[in-house]
Design a protein around this ligand. Structure first.
Ligand SMILES: Cc1cc2nc3c(=O)[nH]c(=O)nc-3n(C[C@H](O)[C@H](O)[C@H](O)COP(=O)(O)OP(=O)(O)OC[C@H]3O[C@@H](n4cnc5c(N)ncnc54)[C@H](O)[C@@H]3O)c2cc1C
Length: 382
């Protein structure tokens, strides 16, 4: 009965859909999660794979987002020690860098304060530069700063969260999308691509960048946020990468070089899309930008397209207002009715904050159907 008539039907098996499934299952709801392809096949396997406050959001003065994300980082380090690890990140500062070293050091001090002392930082002595950052250009290098943050395997984390939901009774339907959903005032009548029919009290749209394609299948038409889709790419380069390096591309955007499967993962970019493709892929411009940045920082072992082992490409959902680079990374939740929602759209912001946002989604769900148990996912190990 619970399988075809769950309290909650979640569309989307990314970190947000899985996080909400876990929080809801822990609170005693019957939950079905529907994923059109496979779990974490969307943005949640294509990120930079960092669990971080986001140093660059300090420049946007978004202290609340950074504080919340840093506090979530600590929670995830506790509940998922096999999946989330604390790491040192290195910031090389050159004569021509946009931000002087003392400015970055002030940012690191603020980051340390917001992390309640859990993001240690230091200036790296020149005698250690080559040993810690082999191959990095020393031409004009003025300082290297180091700070602590965390990293993960985004897809593995997403699957672990869903496994936790499954262990508490959540049912998962993979390889099958939402075809149509109609609300009769009490229940949603939902049809899936394979013809299967379900009814549910509450529908959660966690379809990431496909959000509005999903809402187009829903009657009555749910509220929508004015968004834009911004693609970000990474290249896995056939180069060693012993550590995490925080750099800037020619246009001043942040670019990370990080270890991944024994090689170097480099990215990301920000390219606005007119429409959501079936499978996002890096554009030639993005590939050129990442390779040029790598070659500027590591001139001794230059890379070309033949050194690309794998590409990653994910799409961010950002609010339409504000520039792409400065746009807010906060999660936005849009219910159909604020007093007793039967539908909730979750426009996911950061991988790092999925758990806290899932708890907020639960507060909306509770307005429709109160939970039978009060559970805190901050104490459920993954
Ligand atoms: C390039 C890039 C780098 C990033 N790096 C970081 C980072 O380092 N740290 C961080 O904290 N955040 C990062 N983020 C943000 C983070 O990755 C996203 O916020 C998060 O992955 C969004 O998850 P989601 O569940 O909302 O979307 P998704 O992961 O895209 O999940 C949506 C799912 O819905 C499914 N779906 C769509 N339509 C249907 C349908 N009709 N029926 C059924 N299923 C459907 C899709 O197949 C998909 O699996 C990054 C984002 C990008 C783009």
């Amino acid at each position: 009965m619970a399988e075809s008539n769950p309290d909650l039907l979640i569309i989307g098996g990314g970190i947000y859909g899985c996080g909400i499934a876990q929080a809801a299952a822990a609170s005693g709801y019957t939950v079905v999660l529907v994923e059109q392809y496979s779990i974490a096949s969307g943005t949640s396997s294509q990120s930079t794979k960092l669990i971080h406050g986001g140093l660059r959001y300090l420049e946007q003065a978004n202290l609340r987002l950074v504080y919340e994300a840093l506090s979530e980082r600590e929670t995830l380090l506790k509940v998922a020690p096999a999946l989330v690890s604390r790491e040192w990140f290195y910031i090389p500062v050159y004569a021509g860098s946009r931000r002087p070293w003392w400015f970055i050091a002030c940012g690191l001090l603020l980051y340390w304060l917001l992390s309640l002392g859990r993001s240690r930082f230091r200036r790296v002595p020149e005698s250690q530069w080559q040993e810690l950052l082999p191959g990095l250009s020393c031409d004009g290098l003025q300082a290297v700063l180091a700070y602590q943050d965390a990293a993960t395997d985004d897809a593995a984390l997403t699957r672990a969260v869903l496994d936790s939901a499954r262990s508490m009774g959540c049912r998962v339907i993979e390889g099958c999308g939402l075809a149509a959903a109609t609300y009769d005032g009490n229940f949603w009548r939902v049809r899936l691509d394979d013809g299967r029919e379900l009814t549910t009290r509450m529908l959660i749209n966690a379809a990431g960048p496909w959000m509005h394609q999903v809402s187009a299948c829903i009657k009555p038409a749910p509220p929508e946020l004015d968004i834009r889709l911004v693609q970000g790419s990474h290249l896995l380069l056939d180069r060693p990468c012993p550590t995490f390096i925080y750099t800037e591309s020619d246009d001043g955007r942040v670019m990370f070089f990080r270890p991944w499967n024994g090689r170097m993962l480099a990215g990301t970019t920000e390219t606005e899309l007119a429409a959501m493709p079936r499978k996002p892929a890096p554009t030639p411009d993005e590939v050129a930008t990442i390779l040029a940045t790598y070659n500027r920082y590591f001139p001794g072992s230059p890379c070309s397209e033949k050194d690309i082992l794998q590409t990653f490409c994910g799409v961010r959902v950002l609010p339409a207002s504000g520039g792409v680079f400065g746009a807010s990374r906060e999660t936005v939740m849009l219910p159909d009715d604020a007093r007793s929602p039967a539908y909730l759209a979750v426009y996911g912001g950061k991988l790092t904050t999925y758990r806290r946002e899932a708890e907020k989604a639960l507060a909306w769900i509770a307005r429709n159907t109160p939970p039978s148990v009060h559970a805190d996912t901050a104490h459920i190990d993954l």
